[in-house]
Design a protein around this ligand. Structure first.
Ligand code: AMP
Ligand code: ZN
Length: 468
């Protein structure tokens, strides 16, 4: 597989550190609000990467964090605490708020057919690891303690600017005439590892430096190293994480371990939306008028809004597959509608009279699609090829990567159910006979997720293919 590595700004042949076993970390959600469809685009990209690695025969340990400790509105340790602000807004405790949006996020993941990482870890349950890591950074001489926080001293880490190609000259205090509000920080890029003396902050833990709470960046360093080791293969996130969050993660982790942290960094580009709410204008707008979808602007679309407008979550997944993960994607209702129409057409394909009926042509087409995948996850090219071949068998072959539920959704005649659906129906009938209502409900939800309407009749469960 060729993948683009942000670290070297080139496409590279992927070779895991440990034979055949890939260890991968993806920055997860901050659970103070619903995920918007821009965030979801990034999780879809990471899911495609995960599935592509599995398809290529690798074993994988994939770890994702849940940021449930408040972090400040700006990446640079400034502004209000997002969690506390959200809790106030909703009349919940910060803990209730975190659980509410964690569940909502899980539901979005399920609806988009995003596979669950092997490890999902909450920041609040890893405070000790974070404290230990901060201690190590201090012991190694890379940090200092000020009244308001323990800081990372970025001047002690000469490679600090390399990852994001930062130009620090204009940022150094006193240089270039730019006024910097340093406060107690020694240098403008120094960042908090552990906040101190914030008595009004609700979430607090004891630490060797006094009660307080962790900085945002230390969470990801501590949890990724705990589950994946000091050095691992792939670290992902959105492009916004390059200049601050991931730059700081590298500094912290390498200061603590003395070793190169991650071999391949991969970043997903933004989903853009028009600055106006007017659907018609969205399509006509120029690139300049489109803005990054963001949570803090309070102007964002959730998956639920798409569903309420009659869109299938998998149509959004299909839309994302039509753009390369390293290109910006402009969202509009028209393109979502086209994606839904396209998907609906794919679902009408069946194995009967398949254009790739002989083994040789099937194999040639399969190789072609696979090389598109392995060329830095070129999903738009894959989708183009699959649409050109118009073969049910080929779509089904790549569904373990694309995750469009081709097999389950494609048969329209309800008399003949796909085997896995029939198996679930049988299992549910069994569960109802033994009055196991929880299991019966679980299976019902599973069937609904697979695109079926589920009913109960005197003879047992009935299922009917839901039309898009
Ligand atoms: P957050 O919950 O804000 O920490 O973001 C979760 C993930 O979504 C991160 O990997 C971000 O880089 C990514 N992200 C944020 N905004 C967008 C956007 N407009 N398009 C794509 N990804 C985004
Ligand atoms: Zn992170």
């Amino acid at each position: 597989m060729q993948i683009y590595n942000t670290l070297t700004r080139t496409k590279e042949e992927f070779e895991p550190i440990e034979d055949n076993h890939v260890r991968m970390y993806c920055c997860g959600p901050t659970v103070y609000n619903y995920a918007h469809i821009g965030n979801l685009r990034t999780y879809i990209f990471e899911d495609i990467l995960r599935r592509a690695l599995l398809f290529n025969g690798y074993k994988i340990t994939h770890c994702m964090n849940i940021t449930d400790v408040g972090h400040l509105e700006s990446d640079a340790d400034e502004g209000e605490d997002k969690m506390e602000k959200g809790a106030m807004r909703e009349g919940l405790t910060v803990w209730e708020l975190a659980r509410k949006y964690e569940s909502a996020w899980m539901e979005d993941m399920n609806r988009l057919n995003i596979e669950r990482p092997e490890v999902i870890c909450r920041a609040t349950e890893h405070i000790t690891s974070m404290i230990n890591l901060v201690q190590k950074i201090l012991d190694n001489g890379y940090g200092y303690i000020a009244p308001g926080a323990v800081y990372f001293d970025t001047t002690k880490f000469p490679k600090y600017a390399d990852f994001a190609h930062l130009d620090l000259s204009g940022l150094q205090a006193g240089a270039g005439g730019r006024v910097q509000l340093l406060g107690e920080k020694k240098h403008p890029n120094d960042f908090a590892l552990w906040f101190l003396n914030k008595p009004r902050h609700i979430m607090q833990w004891d630490s060797p430096w006094g009660p307080g709470y962790p900085g945002w960046h230390i969470e990801c360093s501590a949890m990724s190293m705990q589950y994946l080791g000091d050095q691992f293969d792939i670290h992902c996130g959105g492009v916004d994480h390059i200049p601050v969050h991931h730059t700081n993660e590298i500094a912290q982790s390498e200061a603590a371990s003395g070793k190169p942290f991650v071999k391949y960094w991969m970043h997903g580009e933004f989903l853009l939306v028009s600055k106006t709410d007017d659907d018609k204008k969205t399509d006509k707008n120029t690139q300049e008028e489109a803005a990054k979808m963001s949570k803090s602007s309070e102007n964002f679309l959730t998956l639920q809004v798409l569903i309420d407008k009659g869109f299938d979550p998998l149509a959004y997944r299909y839309l994302c597959l039509q753009a390369h993960y390293r290109s910006e994607l402009r969202f509009s209702w028209d393109t979502l509608q086209s994606a839904q129409n396209g998907l609906r057409r794919i679902y009408t394909l069946t194995a009967d009279s398949d254009p790739l009926s002989d083994e040789e042509s099937f194999k040639a087409a399969r190789d072609e699609v696979l090389s598109a995948l392995n060329d830095d996850l070129n999903t738009p090219q894959m989708v183009g090829l699959l649409n050109r071949h118009n073969s049910f068998k080929l779509w089904r072959e790549f569904d373990p990567i694309l995750g469009l539920n081709i097999e389950a959704r494609s048969r329209r005649d309800d008399g003949e159910l796909p085997v896995e659906v029939q198996a679930l129906v049988d299992e549910r009938n069994q569960a109802r006979k033994s009055k196991n209502w929880a299991l019966s409900d679980d299976i019902r939800n599973k069937l609904i997720d697979m695109g079926y309407e589920v009913g109960d009749s005197p003879t047992g469960t009935t299922v009917k293919k839901k039309l898009l």
